[in-house]
Design a protein around this ligand. Structure first.
Ligand SMILES: C[S@@+](CC[C@H](N)C(=O)[O-])C[C@H]1O[C@@H](n2cnc3c(N)ncnc32)[C@H](O)[C@@H]1O
Length: 205
């Protein structure tokens, strides 16, 4: 049965590209610099800790975590994205999975020491975002961490998308879902002084 979930318009975009990522507007083919910076500062080595990458796209964030020694699972709703991840990173041991955020395997609940969410919530229509954040929060193990990296919209601006950029206060859905806020850093986007990004870390006691 088809899960209750937003329309998957991503598949067509990935089906039309190859490992160059040409035509995928968000594909940079490198790990997110803000993820790399956070890992360098807070968690440089995985030492076998479990990590899950939400909406992993072409897989570069997952690859970064695997190279640092995390035991990585990475999923995306788009089958073609996951096929490209397998093609791009044949030598890395990563559990690539096609999965819908709103219909994930029950075994993932509370299973991951580190969960990385980079620009997936903002790709959900606004009326799905709170539910999406709750679903992501549920993945974090006891004593685990959730790292969120998202683009922000200006105060007072209506959400227009895709991407439907977030307001910092909307991220309170993660604490409502049972996580504790640990760190929030808001910074300007390089070469785009009017745009901001948020890096937010949460934990589960
Ligand atoms: C804006 S892209 C970001 C990809 C990657 N995280 C990055 O930052 O480069 C959003 C990703 O989330 C995936 N996605 C969107 N909705 C999803 C859902 N409901 N379940 C799983 N993946 C989803 C899309 O297929 C896409 O790869």
């Amino acid at each position: 049965m088809k899960p209750d979930a937003p329309e998957n318009w991503f598949e067509d975009i990935y089906a039309d590209t190859d490992s160059s990522g040409k035509g995928v507007p968000w594909a940079k083919l490198v790990a997110a610099p803000l993820l790399v910076k956070w890992l360098d500062r807070r968690h440089p080595r995985g030492d076998g800790a479990t990590a899950l990458v939400v909406g992993c796209g072409l897989g570069d964030d997952a690859a970064e975590l695997a190279r640092r020694g995390f035991a990585v699972t990475a999923f995306d709703v788009a089958e073609s994205a996951i096929a490209l991840c397998r093609q791009r990173y044949p030598d890395l041991v990563i559990d690539w999975q096609v999965s819908e955020l709103f219909d994930m395997p029950a075994a993932w609940s509370g299973a991951f020491d580190l969960v990385v969410e980079h620009r997936t919530v903002q790709s959900l229509p606004p009326d799905w975002q709170t539910r999406g954040m709750a679903a992501i929060a549920d993945l974090v193990a006891t004593a685990g961490t959730l790292l969120v990296i998202a683009d922000l919209r200006a105060e007072g601006a209506a959400p227009e998308g895709p991407p439907w950029r977030l307001r910092p206060e909307e991220l309170s859905a993660f604490t409502t879902a049972g996580l504790d806020e640990r760190e929030i850093v808001i910074s300007k986007v390089r070469h785009e002084p009017d745009r901001q990004r948020i890096v937010a870390a949460y934990g589960r006691d």
